[in-house]
Write a protein that binds this ligand. Structure first.
Ligand code: FAD
Length: 595
């Protein structure tokens, strides 16, 4: 089964009742976008996702790109899909109107990104990277560079890539060796090998603009000696037309576990012509614009793949007849959806999806709010919140995607393990999301090493205080289910606060780093529950016109399930973080034997 349905109702609900998108849209949209406008954007995006991208998903899995003489041919159908994507103006969606974009805020952009990735994650990487590359140039490049490259990237006529990884420089980006030598005419010669470059070479666009991290011969060692360069596949003439082919080639494509249709390229730079972006040795900071966006994009990708897996599992559970109902001695076998354990699995998937979606929208909303009051305190506050949430969102959503796609296979039984139902593709495609754009450990290190400590945990505490307010509000609903939810979330907040205090004390230690991933998971669970708290409050209120009673009851059920099933883990994780990590605190540096 290859059908995919964009979860429009979910977004209509979340944007109205969980995120207060109306306020965000009003404050952040350049063209005063309303909620109804956001609905129209999402409807059109859903159509493209369902009708153009989704039908190519299985094909892309089975028939990935091929390479011959350095030319990469993409999966049949992808060129036409890219044409439709570009003609629909989707690459321009989130760019400012000043550079030819549509100025649609991220809170809507993140929803749409989920649809692309749910429908066809391997395809969605190409425009996703292009959009991030253009945002990066928009905020870091010179006016001349912007004029030359931005219009065509924004329009989707050209695509963009991110070139960080080298054989010896994966997580350790500071150990990049690609060499950049300044030329008398002000250009640079770039030489070296980059590996694992997504959509590094392909036939979907006229030109490919590589954003490459490289090091000048006299640059300082480590991360402080890295600069950012534009290296176009075809050099661009002053009048904007394409010039000669640059000395950058794809020498091989990786064979891999999932996202088969996305070419993962080995790129060889042989004195290719490059153009420095901004100041020398500032490359890593500049590239953080792209990395931050790509991290959020990966979270949206994990969410989209998970939704697709859930839809397949839910449909299969209604079709597959197996065994009598619990406690029934005679009578026919029932659809497996009637068995309590399948219901538990489906509730787990669904309640995680709502929580993930809410966190994804929250990060988009905070990002949008960073644009208001550009010089003031409000902007600083939103920026700190957004930056605090990015690693949590990336790590937690992508780890949840592993559980959800695992569950989807489990619901299908043996039919999930064989390829016929197609759900194995989601399981394989989701696996990369915890690895690229910084592994889960790296997001966790970022949280404890920078985001938490840079302001003495003030941002963390203010985010947590917001969740505690929700606990009070949910408790005041007074129903037994609401009381139970509030009790569990209150306890989880207590545990998270204790772990946060402990992390601040332990910062920089081996114990802190041993507890980093469990700690980021605690944050994910509590912020996920905060989404459910807002769902509960909305579902119990009186402003739910337009939503069916079953939809509202499902939201209540999902919230209570999340609290009962997931929140008790927060206390258990705290125990490990604050006590179990003592075992890792050795005094003499790290070595493999310690494990
Ligand atoms: C399909 C695919 C597409 C990709 N696309 C791109 C792309 O477009 N552009 C690009 O530049 N790169 C890309 N990458 C590279 C990707 O970002 C890296 O694979 C990733 O950052 C991890 O680096 P690594 O594979 O070298 O793993 P390593 O860095 O070798 O890590 C191995 C393990 O050690 C752990 N580890 C390493 N250091 C630490 C530490 N300090 N603390 C805790 N744990 C640590 C990691 O978490 C991981 O579990 C892609 C990779 C793949 C597979």
């Amino acid at each position: 089964m290859s059908e995919y349905r964009a979860p429009l109702d979910e977004y209509r609900f979340l944007l109205r009742h969980v995120i207060d998108a109306a306020t965000v849209l009003r404050q952040a949209s350049e063209g005063d976008l309303s909620l109804e406008d956001a609905d129209s954007v999402m409807d059109a995006a859903a159509q493209l996702a369902e009708q153009v991208l989704a039908p190519l998903n299985v094909k892309g899995d089975q028939q990935g790109p091929t390479i011959a003489d350095g030319q990469v041919k993409s999966t049949p159908g992808f060129r036409a899909a890219m044409k439709a994507f570009v003609e629909g103006g989707w690459t321009a969606l989130s760019h400012s109107t000043a550079v030819g974009g549509q100025g649609v805020p991220h809170v809507v952009g993140n929803a749409v990104l989920e649809f692309w990735s749910g429908a066809n994650p391997a395809f969605a990487i190409a425009p996703g990277l292009t959009i991030s590359a253009a945002h990066t140039l928009d905020s870091t490049a010179s006016p001349e560079q912007k004029d030359r490259y931005l219009p065509k990237l924004v329009a989707g006529q050209w695509t963009g890539t991110m070139n960080l990884t080298e054989p010896q420089a994966g997580t350790d980006v500071g150990s990049i060796r690609t060499k950049a030598v300044r030329q008398p005419d002000g250009t640079w010669r770039i030489s070296g090998q980059k590996i694992f470059i997504s959509w590094g070479e392909h036939d979907l666009s006229e030109n490919i603009i590589h954003l490459v991290l490289a090091r000048a011969p006299d640059a300082p060692e480590g991360p402080k000696g890295i600069s950012l360069f534009i290296v176009p596949k075809f050099l661009v003439n002053d009048d904007g037309s394409l010039g000669p082919r640059n000395a950058v080639t794809c020498t091989a494509l990786e064979r891999k576990l999932g996202i088969h249709a996305s070419p993962t390229c080995v790129m060889q730079y042989e004195e290719a012509t490059g153009f420095l972006v901004g100041a020398e040795n500032r490359g890593l900071t500049q590239m953080f614009v792209m990395m931050n966006e790509a991290r959020m994009g990966t979270g949206s990708q994990a969410l989209g793949i998970s939704e697709c897996a859930y839809q397949k599992a839910e449909a299969y559970s209604r079709e597959r007849i197996q065994s009598k109902a619990v406690g029934v001695r005679s009578g026919p076998a029932i659809p497996i959806a009637g068995h309590p354990d399948i219901q538990r699995i489906l509730l787990n998937m669904r309640s995680l999806l709502t929580a993930m979606r809410g966190v994804n929208l929250q990060v988009g909303a905070w990002m949008d709010l960073t644009k208001i009051d550009p010089d003031g305190d409000a902007r600083k506050g939103w920026t700190q919140r957004m930056e605090f949430l990015v690693p949590i969102m990336k790590a937690w959503l992508t780890e949840c995607a592993q559980d959800i796609t695992y569950d989807a296979i489990q619901v299908h039984g043996g039919m999930g393990f064989v390829e016929d139902t197609g759900v194995a593709q989601q399981y394989r495609d989701a696996r990369i999301t915890t690895i690229y754009e910084g592994t889960t450990a790296i997001q966790a290190n970022d949280l404890i090493g920078r985001k938490l400590t840079s302001d003495g945990a003030q941002t963390a505490r203010s985010v947590l205080a917001g969740v505690r307010d929700q606990v009070v509000a949910v408790k005041a609903l007074g129903t037994p289910r609401a009381q139970r939810f509030a009790r569990r979330l209150g306890a989880a907040c207590d545990a998270l606060e204790q772990a946060t205090d402990w992390m601040l004390e332990a910062q920089g230690s081996r114990s802190a780093h041993a507890g980093a991933v469990p700690f980021i998971t605690m944050w994910g669970l509590v912020l996920g529950a905060s989404v459910h708290a807002r769902c509960l409050l909305a579902a119990s209120g009186s402003s739910m016109q337009g939503f069916r009673p079953e939809f509202i009851e499902r939201k209540i059920r999902d919230a209570v399930f999340f609290a009962d099933y997931h929140l008790p883990h927060v206390e258990a994780l705290k125990t490990f973080v604050t006590e179990g990590t003592e075992e890792f605190a050795v005094t003499e540096g790290a070595n493999a034997e310690q494990v």
